[in-house]
Design a protein around this ligand. Structure first.
Ligand SMILES: [Zn+2]
Ligand SMILES: [Zn+2]
Length: 407
């Protein structure tokens, strides 16, 4: 496959079109205006990504079918498999939480890694079927929502919490799951998406009459009149900027702020502490972890469950208001904040996943049981709404509007 040495790239953060070289060494190319990294070449390998994606897909089978966790107390044992968390949440009256767990842990990860394995294998053997573009775009969309890595940390917190009360064993399913989570991070680190897109179909480019427009699905530069049409490479609807970005972001943020109060005021779960059922709120759980001398986990949960949601709502409101006011102050800083929010938002799901882990194996008698609390559903909703809000916001409009303060 013939690959040209350079391409015109539209910066995803500020929209500036610029010519950059493709990966030839371990270099990092930044946007000339907002300093967003545009090309990151170190450690990229499509063969490693293919090997790890297919290994993840294969290991997900035992991870979901083999015994996951086993606990014992009073001579009785309880054993779980991964899907039993979804059914336990559903049966205990938290159907939305069960569906969220099922989608983010049981459905999206196998879909993402099946799609990635198929695309990378087709490229490896030199095949270019028409479905490659749309399937690779779907795999990339699922990157945020396939939460193997986040669930892995939730599992670690659940293990630490259970371990202080009763004996708990990590079974084959959980071991395979941990391997999947680690491999999924390797896939993310080694996958050069721009290269995959170029191998699916070469980057088009000027000469066009007038400036080009960048496809939101695959970053291909298209002529300006492609607005509203479907991209020939990935099938996405081509838009120069995300539609109604600020009003949609504000609406999602408002819903998240309203749900933030019940999510933090009500108990998120009940677990036995010193063999007494104890309901705890998000902050109460953090205090409890620190009292159990699990300071590292307490800090982790504090960041993921308490600090990140506040940071997301405050940071995104700042960016959205700035865009509305056509402010040109601190644009590079705001762009950095937005990129940080994009990366860290999904990690707030650790607490709901911790609950999903211990519910099926913490059910012995009226004193020794674990349950989700009334805050768990609004908490998960806050995480999903703020993540959607970040996706709806278009940071390029901050730069567009700042460049045209008169409107
Ligand atoms: Zn930029
Ligand atoms: Zn495209």
């Amino acid at each position: 496959m013939n690959e040209s040495a350079t391409a015109i790239i539209g910066c995803p953060s500020c929209g500036l079109l610029q010519r950059t070289a493709h990966c030839t060494g371990p270099e990092l190319a930044y946007c000339g205006r907002c300093r967003t990294p545009l090309v990151h070449c170190a450690g990229k390998s499509l063969d490693v990504a293919l090997a790890c994606a297919s290994a993840t897909l294969l290991l997900l089978i035992p991870a979901m079918c083999a015994p996951f966790l086993t606990t014992s107390a009073f001579g009785a044992t309880r054993s779980s498999i991964l899907p039993s968390s979804a059914s336990a949440l559903w049966q205990e009256g938290w159907p939305l939480l069960g569906i969220v767990f099922a989608l983010f842990v049981l459905v999206f990860p196998p879909l993402r890694f099946a799609a990635l394995s198929a695309v990378l294998l087709a490229i490896r053997v030199g095949a270019r079927p028409r479905w490659l573009g749309p399937v690779f775009r779907t795999a990339n969309t699922l990157q945020t929502w396939a939460m193997l890595d986040v669930f892995f940390v939730g599992l670690a917190v659940a293990y630490a919490r259970l371990h202080v009360s009763i004996p708990v064993t990590i079974d084959t399913g959980a071991k395979c799951f941990i391997a999947c989570a680690v491999l999924s991070l390797v896939v993310r680190a080694t996958l050069d998406k721009r290269r995959v897109w170029r191998l699916i179909a070469a980057d088009a480019g000027p000469p066009f009459a007038g400036p080009g427009i960048v496809c939101p699905g695959c970053d291909r530069l298209l002529p300006k009149d492609a607005e509203g049409a479907h991209c020939p490479r990935c099938g996405a609807r081509v838009r120069a900027r995300r539609a109604d970005s600020v009003p949609r972001t504000m609406a999602l943020l408002l819903a998240a702020v309203l749900l933030y109060f019940p999510a933090n005021l009500y108990p998120i779960a009940t677990i036995p502490i010193d063999f007494r059922p104890t309901a705890y709120t998000v902050l109460g759980g953090i205090i409890d972890l620190s009292k159990s001398r699990l300071l590292g986990l307490a800090l982790l949960v504090f960041c993921a469950s308490f600090a990140i949601p506040i940071l997301k709502m405050a940071g995104l409101s700042w960016c959205a208001v700035s865009s509305l006011r056509r402010s040109n102050k601190g644009l590079i800083g705001k762009t950095r904040v937005y990129r940080l929010l994009e990366e860290i938002g999904r990690w707030s799901m650790i607490d709901p996943f911790t609950i999903a882990c211990f519910i099926p194996v913490m059910d012995f008698n009226v004193l020794l049981y674990g349950r989700a609390g009334p805050a768990a559903t609004p908490f998960a909703a806050v995480v999903i709404l703020t993540t959607l809000a970040v996706k709806c916001f278009d940071p390029r409009q901050m730069w567009d509007r700042a460049a045209h303060p008169g409107g």
